[in-house]
Design a protein around this ligand. Structure first.
Ligand SMILES: [Zn+2]
Length: 217
């Protein structure tokens, strides 16, 4: 099974994606974490990726295809599925992913797209208060100085400044919104309001998945 988490930055995709991955016993793969790790690795492509990320720009589709799709494929082949966070972000990426899934014999009944929605002012507030763990990549709101999972000192993300946040949300509106229609037309979309406690949202997601399964069978 493949789960895709879509929605604006700050809507809780990472948090819910990790919970879902534990529940479903599937690996969690975040495009953002993947790219940040790539930057740290300092391989030839790192500088180019860093430039886009520091500006809060989306990595071009062609580059994502080259870097990230093989990673998705590897996990599906070796572990039977994946919980994907932050990919696809554009229509082009959605189409590429779809053909990859088809080539791996995954049909629509094995694909769940979870869209987390949130009001813009709430998004801005969350992004401003957000800190992350540079070691295990978990994200926290209004948190102490250290990661509760691995005790590493938490940091601000370089792309969580107000100016960059506004830009990212605008780009999200422009590019990612078309995904809503795309997945909705395929009957894959489960839209979940991202407001409420982490646990409540997790249960709503779980329930929506169960209902979709029942619908199919
Ligand atoms: Zn940590």
């Amino acid at each position: 099974m493949v789960f895709l988490l879509i929605g604006p930055p700050g809507a809780g995709k990472g948090t819910q994606g990790r919970i879902l991955s534990e529940k479903m016993h599937l690996p969690y793969l975040s495009s953002g974490d993947f790219l940040r790790e790539l930057v740290v690795k300092n391989v030839p492509i790192s500088r180019q990726v860093k430039l886009y990320m520091d500006k809060g720009e989306l990595i071009p589709d062609s580059l994502m295809k080259e870097l990230f799709l093989p990673e998705i494929k590897k996990l599906i082949v070796t572990q039977g599925g994946v919980v994907l966070d932050g990919y696809p972000r554009t229509l082009e990426q959605a189409k590429e992913l779809e053909s990859l899934l088809l080539s791996l014999s995954l049909s629509n009944r094995n694909i769940y797209v979870i869209e987390l929605t949130l009001q813009k002012n709430e998004l801005c507030k969350r992004l401003k208060e957000r800190v992350f763990c540079p070691s295990c990549m978990r994200v926290f709101q209004n948190h102490d100085n250290f990661c509760s999972f691995c005790s590493t000192r938490l940091a601000k993300r370089s792309d969580d400044t107000m100016q960059v946040i506004e830009g990212r949300l605008r780009k999200y509106e422009l590019k990612t919104r078309s995904l809503h229609e795309y997945f909705s037309n395929r009957g894959l979309l489960l839209t979940i309001p991202g407001e409420g406690s982490i646990q409540d949202i997790a249960s709503i997601i779980e329930q929506a998945i169960k209902e979709k399964k029942l619908d199919i069978n």
